[in-house]
Design a protein around this ligand. Structure first.
Ligand code: HEC
Ligand code: HEC
Length: 157
């Protein structure tokens, strides 16, 4: 201990203790038993919910605060339903369950992969809903084909 005097060691110890207590408190708070689950099974543990939530954040390429409102203090109030994004996410969860239970599970003897948030979102909160206009196979080409069919029919009449 040539480089540190007694005072700096004490200071370091205090800093480490504070940092440790803070991260413990943070984890404790985050992983407390969920109390406002409406789609996930009510008995899902805090730890499991966290794993699922990290999956949502990754699938949409967003952070927790995209769906969760600010709390009283510095953190987020995870149980709050204040943000509309959270309610949309619940509807998306129900849709995904429906697709999997009523369609994917019944196709090819249930051998197919299941759908999840990332299937559509692929790291984006706003997945592309239509083929881009003007490209081969996109809306424009479809419109042109439509027009042609229509004209041909009219010519025959
Ligand atoms: C795409 C939206 C979305 C994102 C992003 C998201 N969550 Fe959630 N979260 C939800 C929804 C929806 C619920 C409620 C699920 C239900 O009703 O079954 C929820 C519930 C929770 C709960 C349970 C709260 C309670 O007491 O009921 C916790 C804790 C939580 N989220 C933490 C997180 C954390 C941590 C992150 C970031 C890693 C995160 N969430 C990211 C949508 C999201
Ligand atoms: C079948 C494709 C599909 C799946 C699967 C899917 N989504 Fe979506 N989601 C969409 C589309 C399309 C939109 C609308 C995007 C837009 O209008 O910009 C959307 C929008 C959203 C939004 C609102 C974004 C905003 O800010 O307007 C949230 C939140 C969301 N999805 C969460 C989820 C979660 C969580 C899952 C998994 C449980 C999921 N989605 C699964 C297609 C999907």
């Amino acid at each position: 201990m040539k480089y540190f005097n007694k005072k700096s060691i004490t200071l370091l110890t205090i800093c480490l203790a504070i940092a440790g207590a803070q991260s413990f408190a943070q984890r404790d708070h985050d992983e407390e038993a969920p109390r406002n689950l409406k789609v996930l099974p009510k008995k899902t543990s805090g730890e499991e919910v966290h794993k699922i939530m990290r999956g949502y954040a990754e699938a949409l390429g967003v952070r927790c605060n995209y769906c969760h409102a600010k709390g009283e203090g510095r953190g987020l109030d995870f149980a709050s339903d204040e943000k509309p994004e959270k309610e949309i996410a619940r509807k998306m969860m129900r849709m995904v369950n429906d697709i999997n239970d009523n369609y994917m599970a019944k196709m090819e003897g249930g051998k197919l992969d299941r759908v999840s948030c990332i299937t559509c979102h692929n790291g984006n909160p706003h997945p592309q809903a239509t083929a881009s206009k003007g490209e081969e196979g996109g809306d424009k080409k479809m419109d042109t084909d439509h027009g042609k069919d229509h004209d041909t029919k009219r010519d025959k009449n």
